[in-house]
Design a protein around this ligand. Structure first.
Ligand code: ATP
Ligand code: MG
Length: 445
């Protein structure tokens, strides 16, 4: 046998139950973002490296240590995207979307890459579902965005706590930074080695360090909220009022900063207690200067990204193995032509069910009506709509039923001598083991 090729470290196949969780997350995310006016966009995974250096920031962990960068055959320096906002902003500017739209709401779902230490909830290829809201200066936009995020998590039955902060703007943050640096320098020896470096290059990141000694030092550090300018203070007060009106519980965490440099004013995170160290499932904030800094006009914006892999971890045990759908089981090979006819009739009938409203007085409708008036047949037809499959193996009927059970079908259609002769099917409810018949002429219109 040839040797096996394994996957790359930190990169995973999403299969089985996890894939189900991913699909549910994607579906829920797009259902609710659409409700709030977001349009789905499809953005490149590969961008110029410079985009992330200039937006995420050259002193952030992401850019300093975690980016997958390489030179393409045309000698361009490119990177696999570590996050979605930078690319969205690039696309917004490059396509001059701001000229034709007064404000813009985009949603996306896709893979991100960061060369981190793989552990529970931390992967090198992971997935984010994200939203960007361009040209929205009012705090109502922050409130609406947070409301949307909390609704998505609630709908997915993820129990998360919201933390908010305001990290100021280019007017007030420098003064805070100066005070913070002074304070941190006085504690320099006690800080972890990473934070000693951060102190020089990106002091705000010290506030975010997970090291227990650093955390103690941070507790006594100057508080950004005492340094906010009038505009930022007002924005924060209004946001809190909005969250109160929308009845969204939150905690203010003055030491909440994010690992990306582009944020201004509002930042927020949703955390889940049960997840251990990697407990942030959704994070975001305002980035009022980013569009300008990337060469676009002066347009305020905000957004969030949800960590799909982590949300999937939260909901895995909530996903039930529900019986669903119908499998057709002919006893022998000679019944396969009849099985194919049944398959075609039933799958087409689902099409007609979809059109029930439009074709209300046609002959087709009458047969559907007959079907749907019988409770047993109605439940069966609902499952036909969920899934209908042909057999791909022949064998003893007991073995076939076992297979149907293992694949979690709700019903099996049994086809034997009598069924073919008299043109009907026997339907077996695999849960209750109850059987009933359906004459095929009810489907033939
Ligand atoms: P963390 O501090 O947890 O690393 P972050 O500040 O780096 O998060 P963001 O860049 O804001 O995270 O990304 C938003 C969300 O994406 C995170 O809250 C998390 O749920 C998810 N995420 C980030 N990095 C990873 C990763 N390496 N593996 C899995 N999910 C991730
Ligand atoms: Mg990180």
């Amino acid at each position: 046998m040839s040797s096996k090729i394994t996957k790359v470290k930190g990169i995973y196949d999403i299969l089985g139950k996890e894939a189900k969780a991913f699909s549910l997350i994607e579906e829920t995310f797009f259902k609710l973002t659409k409700l709030f006016g977001y349009e789905r966009v499809f953005l490149p995974i590969l961008e110029r490296e410079e985009l992330f250096v200039r937006s995420v920031g050259d002193t952030t962990d992401i850019v300093e240590k975690e980016m997958y960068t390489f030179e393409d055959k045309g000698k361009r320096k490119v990177a696999l995207r570590p996050e979605g906002t930078a690319g969205a902003v690039r696309a917004y500017i490059e396509n001059q979307v701001f000229l034709s739209e007064s404000y813009t709401k985009w949603s996306y779902f896709g893979e991100m890459f960061r060369y981190e230490n793989p552990q529970a909830g931390r992967r090198r290829q992971f997935y984010q579902a994200g939203c960007e809201y361009f040209n929205a200066p009012l705090p109502t936009a922050d409130g609406e965005l947070i409301y949307l995020a909390s609704w998505i998590l609630k709908e997915l039955r993820v129990n998360a706590e919201l933390y908010i902060n305001n990290i100021g703007c280019e007017k007030c943050r420098p003064r805070y930074k100066a005070y913070l640096i002074d304070y941190l320098f006085s504690k320099k020896e006690k800080l972890c080695s990473d934070c000693q470096k951060r102190l020089e290059r990106n002091p705000l990141r010290v506030l975010d360090c997970k090291n227990p000694t650093c955390r103690d030092i941070v507790e006594e550090a100057p508080n950004i909220l005492d340094f906010l300018c009038e505009e930022c203070k007002d924005h924060f007060e209004k946001l809190k009022e909005i969250l109160d009106i929308l009845k969204i519980p939150y905690k203010v965490d003055p030491f909440l900063v994010r690992g990306l440099d582009y944020y201004t004013k509002t930042v927020f995170e949703f955390k889940v207690n049960s997840l251990g160290a990697q407990n942030t499932v959704l994070a975001g904030g305002r980035y009022d200067n980013l569009i300008k800094e990337l060469g676009g006009p002066d347009i305020p914006a905000l957004g969030f990204a949800m960590g799909v892999d982590r949300v999937a971890l939260c909901i895995l045990n909530l996903l039930e193995d529900k019986r669903e759908g119908v499998i057709i089981l002919p006893f022998e090979e000679k019944y396969i032509p009849f099985a194919l006819k049944v398959f075609k009739l039933l799958s087409e009938a689902t099409n007609i069910l979809e059109k029930i409203e439009e074709e209300i007085d046609t002959k087709k409708f009458l047969f559907v009506k007959n079907l749907m008036e019988n409770e047993k047949l109605r439940n069966f037809m609902i499952e036909v709509r969920n899934r209908i499959e042909l057999p791909n193996k022949l064998g003893k009927i007991k073995k076939l039923f076992n297979l149907a059970d293992k694949k979690n079908f709700a019903y099996a259609i049994v086809i034997g001598e009598e069924e073919v002769e008299k043109n009907f099917i026997t339907i077996k409810n695999l849960e209750t083991r109850e059987q009933f018949n359906l004459p095929l002429n009810m489907l033939e219109v």
